[in-house]
Ligand binder design. Sequence first.
Ligand code: ZN
Length: 196
Amino acid sequence: MGWADTSDLIPRGWTCGYCGNRVGGTSGYYRNSFDPYPMSGAFDESMIYICPHCEKPTAFLVSDNGAVEQVPGPMEGSSVRGLPETVSALYDEIRKCVQVGSYTAAVLASRKMLMHLAVGSGAKPGMTFSQYVSYLDEAHYIPPNGREWVDEIRKRSNEQNHEIVLATREDAAQLLDFIEMLLRFAYEFPARVRRK
Ligand SMILES: [Zn+2]
């Protein structure tokens, strides 16, 4: 299922926001009255490239000051293998939230994920978020040098539970990193060992 009437464009490399692969593309669309293949090889016009891996379109929008914005941008975090379907879907949602700048939604979904992981590893349902994080820590899901991280996450969660406090990019990215590590630890590595 290809795209109709694509043109050859200047070869361009990018990290695809859909499939997450680092790809190189030469096919897509350009605007009327523009030479898509100038001798200079400059990317000074907006263009749409088709990902050679997943075949989805990514726009590179050039603003008046020459800055280029990739839409959709690369997804934040890395993919983790061996995840159950619902965990995988929630993890993808968190990554997409961070990708588009919905940091508060990312933080809330991240907390949901941490609670799910804690209950999955034996914690009782109905505990507070902070208790769940302590549980993961006590159950040795968190490496010794992750302690500072955990304290920070717990501290911030207390502030944000009952009022609306908008999360920053830093809050969301930190939680995403933390979750990626926990998921590798809880699902990916055990699955790799079983395969051997
Ligand atoms: Zn792709």
